[in-house]
Ligand binder design. Sequence first.
Ligand code: PAF
Length: 291
Amino acid sequence: MSELAADTRTVPTIDELRALLRARRAAGASVALVPTMGALHEGHLALVRRAREVADVVVVSIFVNPLQFGPSEDLDRYPRTVEADVAALAGLGVEFVFAPTVAEMYPDGAGGTTVVAGPVGSLYEGAARPGHFDGVLTVVSKLLHIATPDVVLFGQKDAQQVYLVRRMVRDLDVPVAIDVVPTVREPDGLALSSRNRFLSPEQRAAALTLSESLRAADAAAHQGLDEVLAEGAAAFGDHDHVTLDYLVVVDPDTFLPVDDDMTGEAVVLVAARVGGVRLIDNATIALGRAR
Ligand code: PAF
């Protein structure tokens, strides 16, 4: 909205960010928040570019949130590249990078008040990663209270996360608009993810199965649900490096699996393990009636 901000300032504390934003708001500026865990790629940068279009001040948070990692998950291994992240953001006119420590965000450690994601939080990604979405919603809720943005931006790649954040904002009457940006893909179709960097060349090739499966599901959409599921799963075949976790077609309004007779817009969710790396992807399809 405004011209490029001159400098990007890294802000480590809640109080400082609040004071800086108070001053910008007093001058009439609108604020967009892009929550991230860092290890930024083009998908994040697309969120930032969109944020620049819809608000005067862009805040990007970089915080690897321990609450959303299970005990056996990759919290320690999660890539941390803050310097490179800040350099990438500076070129995009981001005014503030909020990069708090764990102690700043959770001074009393885990075990305090949390947001409960509700029934959809235990399905799909939530079934594979119990408590994950409670952790996501808790930190998103905190970030929304800290930055009080006019708009918060998320990527469509994390479709279940987007659904649950929308639910939280609606159920808890949070005064913020949500802007969802399409998934950014490599030219061959692989959805960008911070975890792609862990893939070996063979695994990288195998990871294409997720987007191929979505394309197959889309091509079968006019034939109804059974064909969508069969064609989507068939794409996985007997691949050495990739194991399908789930392939499910959900109603975008409820995020519950669709009935056999549903027609119209639906979302195909897919998750698979490629070597030790868990990947997800999704696509919106127009479901037809089975013949
Ligand atoms: O999508 C992510 O990177 C994280 O889940 C989020 C929204 C930044 C919360 O930690």
